[in-house]
Structure formats: C-alpha cells, structure tokens
Design a protein around this ligand. Structure first.
Ligand code: UGA
Length: 434
C-alpha cells in the first residue's frame, strides 16, 4: 500500500520504518529540512534499538523515502498518518497547532480520496476538528475519511511493540476506512478493535493514564512500606500475581517521566475539565508522582546531612533505560535539585549524556563509566534502571567512593546484599528492619 507519514519524529519514524518493512511504500515528511537531509542519508536523529538498521535497509530497497514537502507526501499516499507533536500548553491542554496545520496542508494538496489517520496522542474530539478543517479547506473536490489509530509504542522497544502489539485500535467512520486499515495491519496478526473515532481517542488517553495510575499507586504504597519497614517489591509481587491486577507497571521508584505519561495525564485532566468533569483521581496521580522525587531528595539529605560541597555520583539520566530521551526525566530533576543545593555532580549514562549535556548546568562532570563517576564521590545515586548498572563490581565501587553510600531510586539491588557488602544502602519502600 502507499502510505505517507507526516511528522518524522519518534512515532513517525518508527511507524514509517515498520510499515516499509512490512512491504508498503512509505514516504515520511517533516518540515525540518536539515533532519530530512540527514534521514535521506540514513542518519537517524534518535536512539531507538533496531531503528537505524530498519531505516537503512528500507531506504536501500526504495520502500522508504523522506521529503520536506508535505504536498509531495500528500500526493504519494492514499493513507496519511499524522504523527506531529502535541506538546503541553501552560494549562496542561495539548497544543494542537501542528495537527491543524497538517490538516490544512492535506486539504489543499489532496489529489483524490485520502484516509487521514491521527496517530499522535490527541484529546477526544480532535478527529472531528480535523474533519471539519479538511472539509473547510478542501471543498467538495475530493472524498476523504478521518480515522484514529493510536500508537502504544514504548521507547526503547518500539519496533517490537509495533511488530507484536497486544491490540490494534481503529476508530473509523466508514466501511472503506475500516477495510483499508484492516488490510494494512493484517500482516501483524494482532487482535483488531474497530470502534468510533472518539472512543479510539479516549482509549489512548485512558490507557496511558491508567498505567500512570498503577505507578503512582505503587509509589504511594512504597511510602507506607518505608514507614512500617515492609518491602514494596514483595507487596507488588503479591498483588501482581493476581491476574486481575497484573505484575507490570508496579515498580516503585522515582515516578514516571518521559514525553508521554506526564503530558498525557495533564491533557486528560484538562480535556475532562473542559467537558465538565473534575478528574480528581488523575490529579492525585500527578501529585504522587512529583512527591516521589521530593521524597528521594529528602532521603539524600537524611543520609548525607549537608549536600553543599559534597560530590555526588549519578548513574542514569534518561527517563528510563534503553533510550537517550531525557524529557521529563526524574533524574534530570534530581540532578538540578542537588546542584541547587551546592553539590558537585558526576554523571554517567550509557546513551543519554549528549542530550543531558545540552540540558544540564555546565558544571556537571560527564564520566566514561560508573567507576569513574564514583571516584572520589561522597555517595552514589542510581536514577535510571539500566541493565548494566545491575552488574557492577561493587567492591571496586566501594574503594572508589569516599564513603560507601548508595541511594537507589529504582530498587535495582538487593538491600541485604548491599548491606552485607558494607554499603549504607537506601532505596524506595524497602526499609528493612536489619
Ligand atoms: C508509554 C506507554 O507505555 C506506551 O504504551 C505509549 O505508547 C507511550 O507512552 C506513548 O504514549 O507514546 P514510554 O513513555 O516510552 O511509553 O515509557 P514506559 O515504558 O511506559 O515508561 C514510562 C515511565 O514510567 C518511565 O519513566 C518509567 O521509568 C516509569 N515506570 C514504568 C515506573 O516508574 N514504574 C513502572 O513499573 C513502569
């Protein structure tokens, strides 16, 4: 099939590369001319495992093309996916300027029937606005449909999530739209839920907000565990073994970050309020999430007493492992807070240091590995749960640190083992009674 993707950011590139890999002819467009020039040469602006290879091989097979002309993209694809950004406005609402711009450009450049599919995360009723906008600018010359096909890709495993999804959600208004999208997704052999556009839009917001709620719930439980001396990871395991609850997304820690959960929870609260419903539950989810970072800072102070003048080693700056993305990263917030208190910070992250260098205060020292970060530091903070941090040589770390103190914001080590090794070890909701 001939497909166009408008917006070559994270979602657009993964979607475009995967559809090309499935044998379709795909054109990815973006108004960032420099980015498109790089992509044409196979230079990928983001780190996502497997994406580089997929883009290069499909470029070679000429199934994937890049353009900075939206008109060319609209011309090339019968199915047009909109994957432009929908950032948060000050009041939490999603900024839909990008979507509106694209809708107008599609309308002006259509040369026949087009199926316009929203894939960016958007508030409910955006589809209706897109339809109205395209009608207004295209006149009655060409027929079109608008559909909603939300993405459920996780950064760091997006290719696998695309190729092996739990479900595919299609919000459609016509038989033709349903048939085209069903045919496009047929090779994935996943359950397909066909529904109306508004329900599909809500499925995305509700799913992300529910996952965020699970995380905040377990983080709230971790606070009680901390106070009573119970172990939140055991509590989560015991809860998660109940099939109705499920064990995923019950890892207590520094709270959720990234470009999706914080923004989507805000947007769901904002759109609900606009529609006349106070989504108090989600307001609590958001508050618990930001308090989790404050609690961790308290722990640092309770362990080190005075932060000013101390050197602190930090492992992990990305918002989660296997990505170089630092947007709304808990690690970034914590580094900024300890710097503000006067600490010198030595950071190591396997992939995100380049992005972190652009965002953090210049006084941060970036190190080549966990050992070099630990050297001469008063304590070690673990802020992202990268696998490689689970296999460190702790006897070496102990020798390198000025004091054997580890504060683990992601609960990746066994408290008893760490104490046996001679560390003062603090984590989240696992204060054992020793
Ligand atoms: C999330 C959703 O999981 C995807 O399904 C969705 O498509 C995507 O948002 C999106 O809307 O585009 P992502 O933001 O890549 O994906 O990352 P997650 O793996 O969901 O993690 C989000 C945050 O929650 C991370 O900061 C992670 O460290 C934190 N987290 C996750 C926890 O603190 N505890 C957990 O148990 C799980």
């Amino acid at each position: 099939m001939h497909i166009s993707i408008i917006g070559s950011g994270y979602v657009g590139l993964v979607t475009g590369a995967c559809f090309a890999e499935l044998g379709n002819h795909v054109v990815c467009a973006d108004n960032d001319i420099k980015k498109i020039a790089c992509l044409k040469k196979g230079l990928i602006p983001i780190y996502e495992p497997g994406l580089d290879e997929l883009i290069k091989s499909n470029l070679k097979k000429k199934r994937l093309n890049f353009t900075s002309s939206i008109a060319d993209a609209v011309n090339a694809g019968e199915i047009i996916f909109i994957t432009v950004g929908t950032p948060s406005l000050e009041n939490g609402e999603a900024d839909l300027t990008g979507i509106e711009n694209v809708a107008r450009k599609i309308a002006k450049n259509m040369s026949g029937y087009r199926l316009i599919v929203e894939k960016s995360t958007v508030p409910v009723e955006t589809g209706a606005w897109v339809k109205q906008t395209v009608s207004a600018y295209a006149g009655k010359k060409h027929k079109f449909d608008v559909a909603s096909n939300p993405e459920f890709l996780r950064e760091g495993q997006a290719i696998n999530d695309f190729m092996h999804p739990d479900r595919i959600v299609l919000g459609v208004e016509s038989k033709k739209a349903a048939e085209l999208l069903t045919a496009l997704y047929k090779p994935l052999k996943a359950p397909i839920l066909i529904t109306d556009v508004k329900s599909a839009e809500l499925i995305k917001h509700a799913s992300n907000s529910f996952l965020a709620t699970k995380i905040s719930f377990i983080n709230a439980v971790s606070q009680v565990c901390d106070k009573v001396g119970a172990d939140v990871s055991k509590v989560a395991l015991g809860m998660g073994l109940d099939g109705r609850i499920g064990k995923d997304f019950l890892n207590a820690g520094l709270g959720y970050g990234g470009s999706c959960f914080p923004k989507d929870v805000d947007a769901f609260i904002a759109i609900s309020e606009k529609l006349g419903y106070e989504f108090d539950l989600l307001t609590a989810v958001r508050n618990i999430n930001s308090r989790q970072r404050e609690f961790f800072l308290e722990k640092i102070k309770n362990t080190l007493w005075i932060i000013k003048g101390k050197t602190i080693a930090v492992l992990g700056v990305s918002f989660k492992p296997n990505t170089d993305d630092i947007r709304s990263s808990a690690a970034v917030d914590i580094i900024r807070a300890i710097q503000k208190e006067g600490a010198k910070v030595r950071v190591y992250d396997p992939k995100a240091m380049k992005k972190a260098a652009g965002a953090l205060n210049k006084t941060v020292t970036f190190c080549n590995d966990a050992y070099s970060a630990s050297k001469g530091s008063d304590c070690l903070l673990v802020l992202t749960d990268w696998d490689e941090f689970k296999e460190l040589d702790f006897l070496k770390i102990k020798k390198l640190l000025k004091r054997p103190v580890i504060l683990d914001g992601r609960n990746i080590y066994d408290p008893q083992e760490m104490r046996k090794l001679g560390f003062t070890y603090e984590s989240i909701g696992r204060k054992s009674k020793d």
